[in-house]
Design a protein around this ligand. Sequence first.
Ligand code: C2E
Ligand code: CA
Ligand code: CA
Length: 658
Amino acid sequence: MVASGPLLPSVSIVERTMGLARQSLLLALAGAAFIVGGLLAERLWLSEAQEAAANRHAQAQRLAGDVRLADQLLTSAAQMAVATGERRWVDDYDTHLPELDEALAQAKALAPPAAAGRFEQQTRVASEELGSMRESAFEAVTVGAADVARTIFDGERYRNNTRLLAAATAEFTAATVAATQAELTALKRRTYTVGALALLGALLLGAALWRRLASRLARSRAYFLDAEDRMQRLASSDLLTGLANRAALHDAMATAMARATRDGHRLSLLMIDLDRFKPVNDRHGHMIGDLVLKEVAHRLRRCLRDGELQARYGGDEFVVAIEEKDGATNAQAVAERIVRSLGQPMLIDHLAISIGASIGIARFPDDAGNGDELLRKSDSALYRAKTRCRGSVCHYDTSLDEQVAERATLEQAMREGIASGQFVPYYQPIVDLASRSVHSLELLCRWNHPQRGLVPPAEFIPLAEDSGLIGPMTLSVLRQACADLPCFPPHWRLSLNVAPQQILDASLVPQLLAVLREAGVPPQRLDVELTETALVTDTARARQVMQAMKDAGITVTLDDFGTGYSSLSYLAELSFDKIKIDRSFVQTLHERPQSAKIVAAVIGLSRSLGVQTVAEGVETERDARVLLQLGCGLAQGYLFGRPSPALQLGASVESSAA
Ligand code: C2E
Ligand code: CA
Ligand code: CA
C-alpha cells in the first residue's frame, strides 16, 4: 500500500503513469533497436565469414584434386622413365615435382596447424627417401641402366614409402577439406545460436520491461485508490471535527435502518445541541469556538463504542445513532453520559469554558419510518428538551407533533394578528420615587386575540422571537403608542422593550426613527429597554446599535439587571442611561437580606457611574420607602399602576389632574 503522504492530485498521478508508459516504450524500442542492430552486424560478419570459409573449402577441395593429379603425373612420369629409359620422362617428372610441392604448400596453409604438422612429420622421411631413390633411379635411367632403375622402383622400400606418402597425403587433404567443412558447419551453427540468443535476449528484455511497467502501474493504481479513498473520506467527513458530515450521516442512517429492519432491533437517534456555545463563539472568537467543537467531537467519541455513528449535523448540532441490538434501551444511558461529559468545563487555550448539551431522542421504527422523519422527530424532542431545561434529555412522543402543529397555527395567527392590529400596547407608569410624578410609560404588549381574549406576553414573545415576528410586532405597537401619545402630558416618555436579537440588527434604529418621524414624535421621548442576553451574544454589534440610538437621541435602559450574567463590565463598557433592578430583588427585599445588599450595591454603583436606577415590581409602600432610602430614583410597580390601555391611563391622568 502507498504510504499516506500528502494527497497527490489525480492529474499528477495520470501524468506519472503516462511518463512511465512512455519511458517503458522508449526502453523497449531501444532494446529492440539494439537487438536488431546486433543481429544485422552479426549477419554481415557471418556472411563474410561464411563466404571466406566456403572459398577456403572450395580451395581445399581443389588442392586435394591438384595434389592427387600432381602425384599421379609424377608417379606415371617416373614409371614411364623407368619403363622406357627415355630421358624426357625424367624431365617431365622434374617439371611436375614443383607443382606437387606448390599444391602441398598451399594445402598446408589451409589445413589446421595440427594436421599440417602431423602430415609434415609423417611424410618427411618418406619424401626424402623417395626423393633420393628417384634421383638414383633417374641417374640410372640417364646412364642407360634402366633395369637398375626398375629394381629401385620395384623394391619393397620404394613401394612402402610411396604407399605411406599417398596415404598421408590423402589423409592430409581429406583433413583439410574436413576442417574447412567443419568451419562452415560451425559458422552455420553459430547463426542459429546467435538467432536463438537474440530471441532469448528480446524475451528477457520484454519480460523485464513488462515487470517494471507492471510494478509501476500497480503503484500508480495504489496511488489512485489511496487518493480516491481519501477524497471519499474528505467528502463524507466534517473537516473541522473529523466526524461524519450531513451527507454521510444520511447514507449511514439508511444502512443502519436497513440493518435494524433485517435483524429486528431498534435504532435510536440522538440529536445533540450545545448550550451556551454561541456566546463562547462571539466572546472568544471562532478559533476558540472551533477548538470547543473539536473537543466536543473528542468527548463524543469517548462516550460511544467503536463503530457507533456520530456526525456533525450543523453549527453546534451533533447526531449520534445507537443500534439497540441487545434489546436493552441504552440510548438514554448514552445520552446522559454525553450530557455529563459535555457539561464538564473545558480548558481551551488557557480558558475555562463551560458549555453543556441538550439531547432529543427518537427511535426507528417506533417513532419514524425513514431517516428524514427520524431526524425531524429527534429535533422536536430536542426542542422540548431545550425549552424544558438546558442540559436535559427528552424522548420523542406524539404530543410533540401536536405541539409543533399548534406552534405553526399560532405563528400563522400571530402573523395575521400583527397585520390586523391585534397586538396592542399597554402602559405602565415609571415614577419618580420622591415626587411620585410619572417619568415614563413602559410599553407592554398584549395580544387581543378574537377567541382567547387578552393574551399575556409570556405566551407569545418567545414564539415571536423564534419566528422572526418580533420586529414587525414591535413596530406595530410602537406605531400605536405614538398615536396614543397625545393623550399623555408631553413630558412623559415611552419605554420600549426590545428583544435581544433586535439589538443586533442594524436596521432597528432607522426603522424606529421612521415610525417616530411619521407620528411626529421626537426621538428624545423614546427609551429602549434591553436585556443583557443581547450584549453577551455580540457585544461589539450591540454597542454599534446602541451608539446609533444615542446619536439619534434615544436613551437606553438595561432591563432585568441581576437576573442574567450581571456582568459589571457591561455597565462600565456600555454607557446606559438607566439600570432596571429586576423585580425578583425588589420583591424579596424584606425577606432576604442578600437582596437588600444587592439592591444597595447596584444603586451605589449606578450613582458612581452617573446612571439612573429604576426599581421594578414595587407593590407596597414599604418597598417604596426602603428603595427611596437606599437612593433609588425611579420605580415601577402595581403600587403606582398596573399595565393598562391608553384610554384607562389617560382617564386616570385626567382624574388625578382634576
Ligand atoms: P419586563 O420588561 O420585565 O416587564 C415588566 C413586567 O413586570 C411586565 O409583565 C409587568 O406587567 C410586570 N410588573 C410590573 N409591575 C409589577 C409588579 O408590581 N408586580 C408584578 N408581579 N409584576 C409587575 P408583562 O407585561 O407580563 O411582560 C412580561 C415581559 O414580556 C416583559 O418583562 C418583557 O420582557 C416582555 N414584553 C412585554 N411587551 C414587550 C414588547 O413589546 N416587546 C418585547 N420585546 N418584549 C415585551
Ligand atoms: Ca422592560
Ligand atoms: Ca424587567
